[in-house]
Design a protein around this ligand. Sequence first.
Ligand SMILES: Nc1ncnc2c1ncn2[C@@H]1O[C@H](COP(=O)(O)OP(=O)(O)OP(=O)(O)O)[C@@H](O)[C@H]1O
Ligand SMILES: [Mg+2]
Length: 335
Amino acid sequence: MIILGIETSCDDTGAAIYAADQGLLAHSLYSQTALHRAYGGVVPELAARDHIQKLLPVVAQVLRDAGVKRADGVAYTAGPGLAGALLVGASVAQGLARAWGVPAMGVHHLEGHLLAPMLEAEPPDYPFLALLVSGGHTLLADVRGLGDYSILGQSLDDAVGEAFDKVAKLLDLGYPGGPQVAVAALKGQGGRFKFPRPMVDRPGLDFSFSGLKTYTLNTAQGHTLNPQTIADIAYAFQEAAVDTLVIKCRRAWQQTQHRRLVVAGGVAANAFLRQRLDAASAAEGVRLYYPRAEFCTDNGAMIAYAGSCRLQAGATQAGGFSIQPRWSLETLQVP
Ligand SMILES: Nc1ncnc2c1ncn2[C@@H]1O[C@H](COP(=O)(O)OP(=O)(O)OP(=O)(O)O)[C@@H](O)[C@H]1O
Ligand SMILES: [Mg+2]
């Protein structure tokens, strides 16, 4: 069974071809970063219009690269995400599925992120603990199987990726900011600034990053921002954010007894996070699973994979199409 996957939930136009028996055959991504840079953030209407322009060429490319003329099913991100952007992917997916006479399958974007490590050479077995750290979400989930998820903790305000992006903006490090904060922090001196680790003195697995962002803003406003000070602040912010994530993972290992942790979403590409998690997990006998760097951020491959699993498990979707810009992971069903 060959599945075309389509991702258009935000500012990346992604497509991929996944074959149930051969794995990933092709994938392609067009990033809208340059389009939104002038505005310092994603402009929803521009995102939707650009997906209209780019999606069909990206789909044609993966079909060509995979050497196939059509697929046996079309998976698309149905939510959560920007409504206009989701509608473009949903309508193209439904149109292709009708033309080919094959099923279309709406996929939850975060299920795609959670399952992205399954595309790697040594995928985890179910059940596992998942840390999802992206631009829109920060959550710890108990993953018992396909579609069987409980959220153990999540951010009560900003997502950690969003905090990285806002800190980059206030330190004038450019757009998009997460990777720039990580680069700046490489030259930072640990110990000059000590930032708070939010919510670690309270029990539970929830997160909060808006106070840390405000603390970073106040520190930046209290100093002359020369390159060394910027690097030192970036270091202190990154260390506090990463430590908070690691402390909560350790707590979740103790609470759940899981010995497998999947780390996914854009912030999973952060080298400092990987370093600290590697050390903490080794001490606790936990095995870590990451997607390759390009599948940490949004991509069509994770949607093709999740759609393929659902279709193979016999899931069906009624005709017509729907999108769900707001959609809880916990409402998903086991197919
Ligand atoms: N090396 C890095 N260090 C820190 N943050 C990073 C790094 N690379 C990417 N990010 C952050 O990851 C986020 C983008 O990830 P992703 O594409 O998964 O999020 P999203 O799709 O916008 O959000 P969601 O999936 O929750 O809807 C951005 O906030 C970006 O700054
Ligand atoms: Mg995403």
